[in-house]
Ligand binder design. Structure first.
Ligand code: GLA
Length: 433
């Protein structure tokens, strides 16, 4: 759309009252009813990206086929339908005002590095020609933009719309951190954009994030985005993903979770296939954890490196694990128990075996048990059904091993017992017997 002078002024005037906004309740733009799935460039390539990076990624997602449960399917067909451009498209030589280099021109138009991206619209069109939803990235870190200018928000959304993108990640690095204003401008285009709030889980008052209470986290009435980062950046370290997983817990309230259809808690892009020293089992544990907390499943490895990709394809195409992630049965999943409990005498926190659970349709329950300890023997844990959140009427359950994709019998009474090796996980679907 074309922002007329008047409509832009009206939007900017309304946006100043955004601290009390109820105009963007969870689910307002009707997108991301289940956690988004796709691929994004940052983890594998950093800012070292160009047009070819994404054409190759689009081809890898759509054209390479894998053996998936006995049939041939591409990652796209398994559900990874999005490709996102992250940091690295910017040209930092914008000229106004005089506060150093930046990625906007004087009139707020984003400055694109045309050596790397000669035709962004053409790239988006290419993705669309393959059915892929294309995501952009705004308010990045690279150019160190430090002055909030309303014209920059307007310029961002104008190009987002003009290029035909479907989604956008709004970083917290630059000065444009007003989520309500972005949402208002996007709404005014008439198109819905799947939006990521990349504000690293800043839930306390923080004046950098110009949002309700100075906070950048969703409330029950304010969520002008579809998923929101719960933590700082993930990395390929052995336990980075496990630390990020812990930051989801504050959004998993039993009766009023803030992670829900339309607005999902997001502990960052996946490092599956990139974990330094990570075994197959530990990469699988990472994926299972993201599934059981309804986190967006955004692959971060180089998907053109076929051999490495092939080594983790059985994990990321496990339809039963993905189903746990995508289903909604009233709760996004939560941490239910730790062994030993947090703060237990004589024990260092951080390597407890954790049990996470997410309700599934028809009274079923997905249970994920993870052992983050790097050494020692397999740890055996038992959790009673009440702790797992199953009703008293359920006195035994049929067990399906999601990793093995096999039925493995019935529980002995209302208790689940699992034995998990160091740096491994177990993933079960419990169905009331
Ligand atoms: C921030 C974000 C990352 C990535 C980088 C790019 O750190 O949290 O996900 O986008 O910026 O610079």
């Amino acid at each position: 759309m074309d922002f007329t002078h008047l409509s832009l002024l009206a939007i900017l005037a309304r946006a100043s009252a955004q601290g009390n906004s109820t105009a963007f309740p969870p689910g307002w733009n009707h997108l991301a009813k289940s956690p988004p799935m796709g691929w994004r460039s940052w983890n594998a390539f950093g800012a070292n990206i160009n047009d070819k990076t994404f054409r190759d990624a689009i081809d890898a997602v759509t054209a390479k086929v894998w053996d998936v449960g006995g049939a041939k399917a591409s990652l796209f067909e398994v559900g990874y339908t999005r490709v996102g451009i992250d940091e690295g498209w910017e040209n930092c030589s914008g000229t106004d005002p005089d506060h150093g280099l930046r990625q906007h021109n004087v009139d707020g138009t984003p400055m694109i590095n045309v050596d790397k991206f000669p035709d962004l619209k053409g790239l988006v069109d290419y993705g669309h020609s393959k059915g892929v939803l294309m995501g952009w990235y705004l308010n990045g870190c690279a150019c160190g933009e430090r002055e909030e200018r309303k014209v920059n928000y307007a310029g961002d959304v104008k190009l987002l719309d003009a290029f035909g993108f479907d989604a956008v990640k709004l970083d917290g690095c630059g000065a444009a951190t007003n989520m309500t204003l972005y949402a208002q401008l996007m709404q005014a285009t008439g198109k819905a954009y799947e939006t990521e709030n990349c504000h690293w889980g800043h839930c306390g008052a923080d004046s950098w994030f110009k949002n309700p209470d100075g906070s950048s986290c969703p409330t029950q009435t304010w969520a002008p985005f579809n998923h929101y980062r719960t933590s700082g950046d993930i990395n390929s370290g052995l336990t980075s993903w496990f630390a990020n997983l812990q930051t989801t817990t504050k959004f998993q309230n039993l009766t009023h979770p803030l992670s829900q259809p339309g607005v999902w808690a997001y502990p960052d892009m996946l490092e599956v296939g990139r974990i330094d020293g990570g075994s197959f089992a530990w990469n699988r544990a990472h994926f299972g954890a993201w599934c059981v907390v309804s986190a967006p499943l955004i692959l971060g490895l180089d998907i053109t490196a076929t051999e490495n990709l092939a080594s983790i394809v059985p994990i990321i195409t496990n339809a039963e694990a993905i189903a746990v992630n995508q289903h909604w049965a009233g709760h996004p999943g939560r941490l239910v128990k730790e062994f030993p409990p947090s703060g237990a005498a004589g024990h260092m926190d951080g390597d407890q075996v954790q049990v996470w659970a997410k309700p599934q349709p028809d009274g079923a329950l997905a249970v994920f048990v993870v052992n983050p300890s790097p050494s020692g023997k397999a740890t055996k844990v038992s959790v009673d059904f009440a702790t797992l959140g199953l009703p008293p009427s359920v006195t035994a359950a049929k067990l399906r091993d999601i990793w093995a994709r096999q039925d493995v019998g019935t529980t002995a009474g209302a208790t689940l017992t699992a034995s998990v090796e160091p740096l491994d996980s177990a993933f079960f679907l419990l169905t009331p017997a």
